[in-house]
Design a protein around this ligand. Structure first.
Ligand code: ZN
Length: 193
């Protein structure tokens, strides 16, 4: 089943969420607070926390946006294009961690607010995989591939970047707009072309 073409890959839809720095987390939830883990996510390093925040722009508010732990070095908020239109902003499509010059935004928590100069992005679609999985599937770090989704809303997703890390597990991450376009609700499967 592993070959140069048509490698089957699990697909997961990431709903809008937020990663927080320790400093911003404490500003939003109180000094000394910790994120409470509710659910392990498929990438072993990540968990959904009990905490949620609101995202505020000049024109709108998105409420109850899930915080994903653990804390990171920089706060990053990932929303869909539909969310961006609702909020009246135009964040760039970026890979996680690539935040320089991204959209400014205000976050509101139960204990306070944080005004960010950058950090709001639309996540660029990407594949997570471990070095072993990359080798088996003949994928290189940073490689751009296409993934075909089959079914009644079949479509081809181009410009998918491969991310390789020891603690990653093979999976294609899409946002809710992409999932809806492909007729995928939460989980599905695709084929790397
Ligand atoms: Zn991801």
């Amino acid at each position: 089943m592993w070959g140069k073409k048509n490698v089957k890959i699990p697909v997961e839809i990431s709903a809008r969420h937020c990663h927080l720095s320790q400093q911003d987390m404490e500003a939003l939830f109180g000094f000394g607070s910790k994120l409470k883990k509710v659910k392990q996510l498929s990438q072993p390093s990540d968990f959904a926390s009990e905490e949620t925040i609101d995202i505020k722009t000049d024109s709108s508010v998105l409420q109850n946006v899930r915080v994903v732990g653990p804390v990171r070095s920089q706060t990053q908020i990932e929303i869909s294009k539909t969310d961006a239109v609702f909020l009246g902003v135009n964040p760039p499509v970026r890979l996680s961690g690539d935040l320089a010059g991204s959209q400014a935004v205000k976050l509101i928590g139960p204990n306070g607010e944080v005004e960010l100069n950058e950090g709001l992005i639309i996540a660029r679609r990407h594949i997570h995989c471990s070095p072993e999985e990359a080798k088996k599937a003949k994928l290189r770090p940073g490689q751009i591939v296409s993934v075909e989704i089959q079914g009644e809303r079949a479509l081809m997703l181009n410009c998918v970047e491969v991310r390789v890390r020891d603690d990653y597990k093979l999976c294609l991450h899409l946002d809710t707009d992409e999932g809806n376009a492909a007729g995928i609700n939460k989980i599905g499967e695709g084929f790397i072309i």
